[in-house]
Design a protein around this ligand. Structure first.
Ligand SMILES: Nc1ncnc2c1ncn2[C@@H]1O[C@H](COP(=O)(O)OP(=O)(O)O)[C@@H](O)[C@H]1O
Ligand SMILES: [Mg+2]
Length: 253
């Protein structure tokens, strides 16, 4: 199993957005079974998953329902181990906008760290904050420029600035309403608007990330192949308790 951690100290950079959309896309392209861990106490990823009808990608609960104790060091590592043993091929870890021990652990578990950065003047000014956490990351890391506007020279500036400190993903994610709408409905942009530009961008970003994961695993580079344009890959391995919990919650609502 390979683990992708999405981290950036700045809130609103797009960590949760990128985590859920890439997880959906990875599953859709057959890279699954895909699991997700929400290491942010705000539970943005978990809430999205709870409002989702499909059961894949699977969110592995780190806590029983209603248990609000903060995560302790070692719990993420134990969860990653369990998922690996259960046969998951990919695990996404979404993190909080901070630089505490849990984010550090999530980064330490990663085969690849994705660092989303908003293409905004504010974020460009505060970029040293993002870099401070990232400079210490030993795993391969990739910046993802998010929230870009179509004609902005700012996007280019942000990418050039970031490229002084690491690899920048070839695919930029532009600002689009469907990212917000799909979040409310528990969907990925590719499920809500399969032929839209955001869906294409997420597909491109996943293809790029999959290439980086191959490199991280010491495998030779492989030219991307055409992705199957359909959904509905069924998981053979399910975390039984979780599945039952989700059904119970659905019945209750
Ligand atoms: N490319 C985008 N276009 C439009 N809205 C976006 C985009 N990326 C993120 N958002 C929105 O911006 C807000 C913050 O994104 P989120 O993923 O929650 O950031 P983080 O997890 O880094 O705090 C959310 O409302 C999300 O829907
Ligand atoms: Mg978040």
């Amino acid at each position: 199993m390979q683990t992708i951690t999405i981290a950036c100290r700045k809130g609103g950079a797009g960590k949760t957005t990128i985590a859920r959309n890439l997880a959906v896309e990875a599953e859709r392209q057959g890279a699954g079974p895909v699991a997700m861990l929400d290491a942010d106490a705000m539970r943005g990823l978990a809430q999205w998953w709870e409002s989702r009808k499909a059961e894949v990608p699977m969110l592995a609960a780190l806590r029983q329902l209603g248990d609000k104790r903060p995560l302790q060091r070692g719990e993420l590592a134990a969860a990653v181990q369990k998922l690996q043993a259960a046969g998951y091929r990919l695990c996404f870890i979404d993190t909080a906008p901070e630089a505490g021990p849990i984010v550090e652990e999530a980064i330490g578990l990663a085969d690849l760290v994705l660092v989303p950065v908003n293409a905004s003047p504010d974020d460009l000014r505060a970029i040293h904050e993002t870099l401070a956490i990232v400079e210490t990351v030993k795993a391969p890391k990739v910046f993802v420029v998010n929230h870009a506007t179509r004609r902005a020279t700012l996007t280019g500036l942000v990418a050039v600035k970031l490229s002084q400190h690491g690899t920048v993903a070839e695919t930029t994610i532009h600002r689009a309403e469907v990212f917000k709408q799909s979040a409310i409905e528990g969907l990925g942009v590719q499920e809500m608007e399969p032929s839209g530009v955001p869906a294409q961008e997420i597909e491109g970003l996943w293809t790029y990330v999959a290439g980086r994961l191959r490199l991280a695993a010491g495998l030779p580079y492989e030219a991307p192949t055409e992705a199957p344009r359909k959904r509905g890959i069924e998981l053979t391995i399910q975390v039984g308790e979780q599945r039952a919990a989700k059904k119970t919650r659905k019945r209750a609502s």
